[in-house]
Ligand binder design. Structure first.
Ligand SMILES: [Zn+2]
Ligand SMILES: [Zn+2]
Length: 142
């Protein structure tokens, strides 16, 4: 392995917290930014806080999205995913996502929480003054 490959591997394998490594948050587009993963440590910290309390696997479906990939997803360019401030997290069936949300609300910098049937969207605030945003898109509730 050459020096560039070593550095790349070290970047992706970086342990950001007890249960999360940087590659889990990398952009899933291809081709675009080469799976870059500039993710907020604050976001990782809140995820670790929740992961430790609920003690179930958290699968990061989407962490950072670069502008090119974001366009393909037809997501807003102002999306928190583009700033590395948001993640979409799948949890095992039967996990009480509302319970995860009420626990997440204890985190002062929580910026958004969206509930879906099998996953949740979570984001940290850009600025202290940002309003908290929340939504519930579970099919059963529509
Ligand atoms: Zn990308
Ligand atoms: Zn999201």
């Amino acid at each position: 392995m050459n020096k560039i490959q070593e550095a790349t591997q070290a970047y992706f394998n970086e342990q950001l917290s007890e249960n999360f490594q940087r590659w889990e948050f990398a952009c899933k587009g291809n081709p675009c930014c080469g799976r870059s993963a500039p993710i907020s440590q604050e976001l990782v910290d809140i995820l670790q806080f929740l992961r430790s309390i609920f003690d179930v696997p958290f699968i990061i479906n989407r962490g950072f999205s670069c502008q090119i990939h974001n366009m393909k997803l037809q997501s807003k360019l102002t999306s928190d995913h583009c700033l590395g401030l948001a993640a979409d997290v799948s949890v095992p069936p039967g996990t009480d996502i509302e319970d995860i949300k009420s626990t997440a609300l204890h985190w002062r910098k929580l910026g958004a929480f969206g509930i879906y049937d099998t996953h949740f969207h979570i984001a940290v605030r850009r600025r202290e003054s940002d309003p908290f945003r929340e939504w519930d898109k579970r099919v059963a509730n529509e």
